[in-house]
Design a protein. Structure first.
Length: 537
């Protein structure tokens, strides 16, 4: 469960990460030993309600997974190789299989938008959950999220994206220990069945609220098949433009976060990993990110399902705690991958309510669809078929439509006129003005024989760096003819600090003055006196 640029880093899995089916003996158990035995771990997850909009389990049970004694006063017992115990299997469960994907590796992905991140949230669902429902919007649309539209991770990403330009780095570890599915013949949970029978027989505007309350309690779907174990996941929100303005690359940030997590989770101390961690440590210090990227990029959403964990799975030095958490998954697993069926497809439902539930669930989902405005502004464009925009790389802008550096501004100077110049004794001044900023210099044309010249000349300096402290110089010159040669006399100059904005200026000389106007426009997404800060549009 971890994309509008989808960057994948599948770190090399440690030994033992391949999913393998484990051998397990099953036998008929007598009533006494059946009563004494505990259920197979995670049995109550099967048939449990799920809200497809929030991607949360409802903790309400739609199928009876507590019955295990058959008419012969026996039950099915299976040996659990993970605990070395005999566990009983519910009558409504089949295909209980112990598997081994016990040692988890870190998997990282980068999501460029809320839409792609939200869609990843529903990747645990292994089947087409919309079968039999009249869903208006296609889940494959680049700008629409159906499943997971109101999940906690989607809410987190939405809250961030309203304030800045973010990319989301998603990291997870996952372990699967058992799989099972609902039997062809099953019995419904009595409380659920009673609540269904209490629903109005007709679904319409007047009964809609009753049906919606029912959905809130029991969910839109139920788990029909599951692979259970545990997952630790965190989504790190990275202000992409602030990163790129420092001269870094998002791929570098993702790579370092992944290697830091890999070392913390797996305890991998190989030479290549240590060398990479050293590089990342030096990089973090170079860009003023402290001792590690994980500590510096602390805008994150974390979630652990399965087992017992009250710690940050990806925190440095967590190998022992990680192993302890993995051990608790043997007896307290949660659903990591599963198939879902709409609740109206359950057997034994009264026909009027069955039809009403199907329509109510479809209405509920359609009303909660997340549809984003994915239009690209300015010179940006959408080219990957998703909800992110790309720009042409220029001297001032990156492919992510971010400024390449802080301080970038378009500078234009309008030299308007000079007053009361004194350049020549026997004639009036042949004046021109020169404007200098850094290595860039521009000048006006010469106005001959005029102590009060008017230019209104626009000097375009292009994109300049307004880093705090940089100053410009404006000079007024007089051209003289001296025995068929040209001589140039500096009549005066001024030096001032250049800041963003539009300002009318004057420069006083020994004789007279020059008037000019400066317009320094910060590049896209930059703001501040010196265009030093990123501004989210």
């Amino acid at each position: 469960m971890f994309p509008i640029l989808v960057l994948l880093l599948f770190l090399p899995p440690s030994s033992g990460t391949t999913i393998q089916t484990l051998s397990s003996d099953c036998r008929i158990g007598q009533k006494a030993e059946c009563e004494k035995a505990i259920f197979v771990p995670g049995h109550s997850l099967l048939g449990q309600g799920v809200n497809i909009v929030t991607m949360e389990k409802t903790r309400s049970y739609l199928i009876n997974m507590e019955e295990y004694i058959n008419p012969q006063e026996t039950c099915k017992l299976c040996r659990n190789p993970h605990t070395n115990e005999w566990n009983k299997v519910p009558k409504s469960m089949v295909n209980w299989i112990p598997i081994n994907s016990y040692k988890a590796s870190v998997i990282s992905k980068t999501d460029d938008s809320v839409v792609s991140l939200a869609k990843e949230e529903s990747s645990s669902v292994q089947n087409d959950w919309s079968g039999g429902l009249s869903i208006k919007y296609k889940a494959l649309s680049y700008d629409t999220v159906v499943a997971g539209s109101n999940s906690k991770v989607t809410q987190f990403a939405e809250s961030k994206s309203r304030t800045n330009k973010y990319k989301f780095i998603r990291q997870q570890v996952e372990s699967s220990l058992y799989s099972f599915q609902v039997a062809g013949k099953y019995s419904l949970n009595s409380h659920f069945f009673d609540e269904v029978k209490n629903l109005p027989k007709t679904y319409n505007r007047s009964t809609e609220q009753r049906y919606m309350s029912f959905i809130q309690e029991f969910g839109t779907h139920y788990i029909s098949k599951a692979e259970v174990g545990g997952r630790g996941m965190e989504v790190i929100a990275v202000k992409v433009c602030e990163v790129e303005m420092k001269g870094m690359d998002m791929e570098e940030v993702k790579s370092c976060l992944s290697f830091e997590s890999k070392a913390s989770v797996e305890g991998n101390t190989s030479g290549s990993i240590q060398a990479k961690l050293k590089e990342c440590e030096q990089s973090a210090k170079k860009y003023n990110y402290g001792a590690s990227y994980h500590k510096s990029f602390n805008e994150r959403f974390s979630k652990v399902i399965g087992g017992v964990a009250t710690f940050d799975l990806f925190k440095e030095g967590n190998v022992e705690q990680m192993n302890s958490w993995l051990a608790t998954l043997k007896t307290q697993p949660d659903a990591v991958k599963y198939s879902l069926e709409p609740i109206h497809k359950l057997s034994h439902l009264p026909s009027p309510m069955k039809s009403g539930l199907g329509r109510a669930v479809a209405d509920y989902i359609n009303k909660n669809v997340l549809k984003k405005d994915c239009s690209c502004r300015g010179n940006s464009r959408r080219e990957r078929g998703d909800c992110s925009c790309t720009c042409n790389v220029t001297t001032t802008e990156t492919k992510d439509c971010c400024p390449k550096q802080a301080g970038a501004a378009r500078v234009q100077v309008t030299v308007q006129r000079a007053i009361n110049l004194y350049g020549d004794t026997w004639s009036q001044t042949d004046a021109y003005v020169k404007f200098i900023f850094g290595d860039t210099a521009r000048q006006t044309w010469i106005v001959h024989d005029n102590d009060n010249p008017i230019w209104n000349a626009v000097l375009d300096l292009g994109t300049q760096d307004l880093t705090e402290g940089k100053r410009y110089q404006i000079e007024v010159w007089d051209e003289d003819d001296y025995y068929l040669t040209k001589r140039y006399q500096l009549l005066g100059k001024c030096e001032k600090q250049l800041a963003s904005g539009d300002s009318q200026e004057e420069c006083y000389l020994d004789h007279g003055m020059v008037k000019y106007r400066i317009r320094a426009t910060c590049s896209s997404h930059l703001a501040g006196k010196y265009c030093e800060t990123y501004q989210h549009n």
